[in-house]
Design a binder for this molecule. Sequence first.
Ligand SMILES: *Cc1c(COP(=O)(O)O)cnc(C)c1O
Length: 357
Amino acid sequence: MLNFAVGPVMMEDEILKIGSKQIPYFRTEEFSNLMLENEKLLKQCVNAPISSRVIFLTASGTAAMEATVMNLFTNKDKVLVINGGSFGKRFKEICDTHYIESDEIKLNYCEALTKAHFAPFEDKNYTALLINVHETSTGVLYDMKLVKDFCQKNNLLLVVDAISSFLADPYDMSEYGANVTILSSQKAIALPPGMSYIIVDPKTQERIKNNKVKSIYFNFKDYLIDGERGQTPYTPAVSNLIQLNKKLQIITDRGINYEIKKVLKLAEDFRLRIKGLPLEIASSNPSNALTSLKPKGKMNAIQIFNHLKDYYGIFVVPNGGELAKVIFRVGHIGALTLEDNTKLIKVLNEMYERGIL
Ligand SMILES: *Cc1c(COP(=O)(O)O)cnc(C)c1O
């Protein structure tokens, strides 16, 4: 199997090995120490403001997005959502579901975010801005400098879902003025799915403490209290957190730029080598994490996805809804190599030569 998905992704052998071991009991000093180290290293990786904390939630990224909205906002708030695709739309739906008033900046698919998009939304008394820094459904990476300036000028809390961008593109919570950063285990950090990490600055911690949440499992107050001693209120995905510890040690030893450069190199290599094929790069300002491609030849996007899966055992990423036939995506994150790119390019060339692509 060769997997160019954006999550779950190919994992390194060292990480796979940990997953095959028996799971230790976790209410121990040893596990608490491992968790405190996980918190410290994650904060370091995103350059979190001093006294930030990490909430370790055993749930997928969408749950982390929803729990964040539930814990930070009430029906007295009004938030602004950047909606450039499925994940932006999801933030909007979460707000609607929880009766939190919201407006959206709606972008065309694969369109970059510009200063002009913000102009109609100045001085509107929003509490917060919600953004997926990399809109994974289209591959567009948003300009965080623009976002930061808008939030500072309008005094907004900045909530960033960096799930598919973390370790693929540079990300700096302090530099961007982000109050919250949401991450998940199955994207570029290349662990099994199941864990999310929500990094909250001191201002956000205050909001969490002063807010009443109608949920037991998703009540962040309890995670903050138990997290002080390196524990979680409920049984976490223990192996996943042991794998995280190993991965964070590897990342911080090599330096975070090593990871980002590796993804960048794979993305650049792939984008260069598809020239000559009837595949057009679809997104403006693409993230390094993936390349969205618009087929210009005989097969549409979903046919290409199916053909690669059925005849070659290669996964790329299809799109849902109205984009299903229009674009597909090729990921550059996880334990992939330049040789893996070569395999995919070879297959695509073969399909083109046979006159089917
Ligand atoms: C993958 C991803 C998520 C999480 O999706 P789940 O399927 O719930 O894990 C959230 N936001 C973005 C931007 C993503 O790429």
